[in-house]
Design a protein around this ligand. Structure first.
Ligand code: ADP
Ligand code: MG
Length: 333
């Protein structure tokens, strides 16, 4: 038969499909590396009179085994985002892949299984996490009961020990402090061995000491069990103990604060555990502005104020190739 170019092309394409195509490979690599890939996520709440755009095209990637925090003003969309990640509510548009699954294609059954098997959730409000008339250990057993797990009591007691509450197994909600209730909530969220743990302001109503204990539990779960953890927090002190902090503003990722050195390295250098002062914490973190996938960036509000520019203004952008720096100029003069 003819050895035409067409035939050769066909053969070579066929050869590469044989094993696994490069496309599938890269999707697989993505799934192996990332727990969360969230791109251009939009959530619109519709009520009778108004539409609220709570997420306006938010991008966020979280690697497997990462512990990170999300900060932002009240109303910036933190809880909305966490509810999307937790499968408690459906995004309006965009793309959201978690643990290799496309949540925008989920039906009700997929959502139910996802919430039961993949994700654990700690709510801001203690009363939402715990059934008031059940003891701590019964509360932790409940999700296992719903999943039909064996050896529930043994596992529940182990989890309560892990969060430091062995002495509280028989206490009910009203017999425990806010911090203890929050720790039971963490044990409940862990009951079904989730891969991803989400916590919405878990230290919102506790003192600094308790808030540190709670973060230590998260850090331990992350380090020793490889759990991926996303914490929403208002707590500046808490966020300073976390290596990666993403700030959201008006439903978009606005900046990212990363630790220059790892926390462990820093403690090593100090030789012992010293509670760092606020000034020290500022030295250890730097704030980076995040470009979205099209290369757009959100300028820090205080820089704009200093430069005397506002949204809608035009600015001049220049690149200095020698230093690799980009400059921004006010152009309305
Ligand atoms: P945060 O947790 O950062 O304080 P939220 O995600 O709770 O912010 O809210 C973001 C925006 O979406 C706010 O303007 C809020 O009023 C609105 N919003 C949140 N939930 C709903 C809802 N169920 N219905 C209508 N609007 C909502
Ligand atoms: Mg909130």
């Amino acid at each position: 038969m003819s050895e035409s170019g067409e035939d050769k092309k066909y053969m070579s394409v066929y050869d590469t499909i044989d094993d696994s195509s490069p496309d599938e490979n890269s999707i697989q690599q993505d799934n192996d590396e990332y727990m969360i890939r969230c791109e251009n996520l939009v959530k619109i709440y519709k009520t009778d009179e108004v539409e609220v755009v709570a997420l306006q095209g938010l991008d966020l990637d979280v690697k497997r085994g990462e512990l990170m925090a999300i900060v932002g003003n009240s109303g910036s969309g933190k809880s909305t985002l966490l509810n999307m990640l937790g499968g408690l509510d459906k995004p309006s548009a965009g793309s959201l892949m978690i643990d290799g699954k496309n949540l925008l294609k989920f039906n009700d059954k997929d959502y139910m299984e996802y919430k039961r098997d993949t994700v654990g959730f700690v709510w801001q409000n203690n009363a939402r996490n715990l059934v008031p008339y059940l003891s701590a250990v019964q509360n932790v057993e409940l999700p296992m009961l719903l999943k039909g797990k064996k050896q529930r009591r043994k596992r529940a007691l182990e989890l309560l020990e892990k969060v430091g509450l062995s002495h509280r197994v028989n206490s009910r909600l009203d017999q425990m402090s806010g911090g203890e209730q929050q720790r039971v909530a963490i044990a409940i969220a862990l009951a079904n061995d989730p891969k991803l743990l989400l916590a919405d302001e878990p230290t919102g109503s506790v003192d600094t000491k308790t808030s540190n204990i709670i973060l230590d539990i998260f850090k331990d779960l992350n380090k020793n069990e490889g759990l991926t953890i996303v914490i929403v927090t208002h707590d500046i002190k808490l966020s300073k103990r976390i290596d990666r902090v993403v700030a959201i503003r008006d439903g978009r990722t606005s900046s990212e604060i990363v630790r220059k050195k790892s926390y462990a390295q820093e403690l090593d250098e100090m030789g012992n555990i010293v509670e760092s002062s606020e000034e020290e914490a500022e030295d250890t973190h730097e704030e980076l502005v995040v470009l979205d996938r099209s290369g757009r960036l959100q300028l820090p509000k205080d820089y704009m104020e200093q430069l005397g520019i506002k949204g809608g203004d035009k600015v001049k952008v220049e690149l200095d190739e020698e230093t690799g720096k980009m400059f921004l100029f006010r152009s309305h003069e």
